[in-house]
Design a protein around this ligand. Structure first.
Ligand SMILES: Cc1ncc(COP(=O)(O)O)c(C=O)c1O
Length: 413
């Protein structure tokens, strides 16, 4: 690995799966990192080494092996928290971002949301940041409200103050970077405005942590969630960062082993943070893998990661603009967007586009991207989407453009 400056990030060789050949015999161009990222060898090795050399259950054993597993697990937590400016006790491991949001909706939401209250989300949320609030609002007799999205893919922040002025909004839950439009939302400002209006704030950083420098302390939301597998880590682990006073005041989410201080016949008392929210055996190898993933990203430097994705996004926007009948969704200002580029090509269904790209070894996604309300507000049923990570190159983008050209030929356009 030799990541010196932004444009010199050249790490494809660290990702074994990218050597895989597509149907045309060339190594694949993987452009679906917004769905899940590929994993560098260091992550695969860290997990394999954990199982080969250090596997034991954590927190319980007094023997050396169990102590070693605990140190690896808790060491990963410390580094993962620090990676995004969080503190160790308020860095809670979950299964994924979805579970982290559900944790907040259940454990915080059921204590704080009642009849007539409002939860404010946006039209650009992933289903993971919609459905838990729908369930909560339905159960509590509360109302779910939405901020809209402008034609050019930005959040209607002008609607925020009006929504907050009702005095009934108790939670504002907003995505940091849209998985469809790529939009980077001003989350620190949103969190501050929510707080000023007496509402709590949750930020979904699933697409942000993998590609931007993120500082949860500076953002200042009550909750910030993300998911390991999009940040070069394994599946099966996500992260919830919360404000300490808020987490301490919350009831647990799931009950079971590890999250208790003591268990009596009738009732129990709760463990300290972060374990109060980690019932049952933890994703130990996954935490070790996530620790290796953020070490890898930190070595490159998140400023360099962001600059690299920005370069690829710029190249993609330029290349796609040359294709007749192609429309890109989302902001065109590179300062306002990350590396997920959704588009449609007139006369070709997104699934056909993805299928034809696959023939040339170009992996893109097609569908609603778990954002059906956003699709509806954009007036489309589905889009095609290319998304980048640190291992992609300008050549991958050129192959996408070529494959889209082939698709137009296949359709006689
Ligand atoms: C913005 C956003 N939020 C949440 C999620 C859910 O992530 P997970 O399925 O890992 O919980 C995704 C996954 O695509 C996402 O893009």
């Amino acid at each position: 690995m030799n990541p010196v400056t932004a444009s010199a990030v050249d790490v494809k060789a660290d990702f074994p799966v990218l050597k895989r050949e597509g149907p045309d015999g060339r190594p694949i161009a993987y452009l679906d990192s917004a769905a899940t990222s590929q994993k560098p060898l260091s992550v695969i090795d860290a997990m394999s080494s954990y199982y080969r050399n250090s596997n034991a259950n954590v927190h319980r054993g007094v023997y050396g092996l169990a102590q070693e597993a605990t140190d690896l697990f808790e060491g990963a937590r410390e580094r993962v928290g620090a990676f995004v400016g969080g503190e160790t006790p308020t860095t809670i491991f979950t299964r994924n971002a979805t579970e982290a949001i559900n944790l907040v909706a259940y454990a915080w939401g059921r204590e704080h949301i009642g009849e007539g209250d409002e939860v404010l989300i946006t039209h650009m949320e992933h289903h993971s940041n919609i459905v838990p609030w729908q369930l909560l609002c339905e159960e509590r007799g509360a109302k779910l409200r939405y901020l809209g999205v402008t034609e050019d893919g930005n959040l209607r922040l002008d609607e925020l103050d009006e929504a907050l002025a009702s005095g009934r909004v108790k939670m504002v839950a907003v995505v940091h970077v849209s998985n469809v439009l790529g939009t980077i939302n001003p989350v620190a400002e949103i969190a501050a405005r929510a707080r000023a209006a007496g509402a709590a704030c949750l930020i979904d950083g699933s697409q942000a942590v993998p590609q931007l420098p993120v500082d949860v302390a500076k953002i200042g939301a009550d909750f910030y969630v993300w998911t390991g597998h999009k940040a070069l880590g394994p599946t099966g682990i996500g992260v919830l960062h919360g404000r300490r006073d808020v987490l301490e005041a919350m009831r647990p989410f799931l009950g079971g082993g590890d999250m208790i201080a003591s268990v009596g016949f009738e009732s129990s008392t709760w463990n300290e943070l972060p374990w109060k929210f980690e019932a049952g055996t933890s994703p130990i190898a996954e935490a070790v893998g996530l620790g290796a993933a953020i070490d890898y990203l930190a070595e490159i430097g998140m400023d360099a990661v962001r600059a690299h994705e920005r370069d690829l996004t710029a190249h993609a926007l330029e290349s796609l603009a040359r294709i007749e009948g192609l429309r890109v969704f989302g902001p065109t200002d590179l300062d306002l967007r990350g590396g997920a580029v959704s588009f449609e090509v007139k006369g070709i269904h997104p699934h056909d586009l993805a299928e034809i790209c696959d023939r040339e070894g170009v992996c893109i996604r097609a569908g609603h991207h778990c954002a059906q309300p956003l699709m509806r507000s954009m007036g489309v049923a589905a889009t095609a989407r290319a998304s980048f990570h640190v291992y992609n190159t300008r050549e991958d983008v050129d192959r996408l453009a070529a494959a889209l050209g082939s698709a137009r030929e296949v359709f006689g356009l």
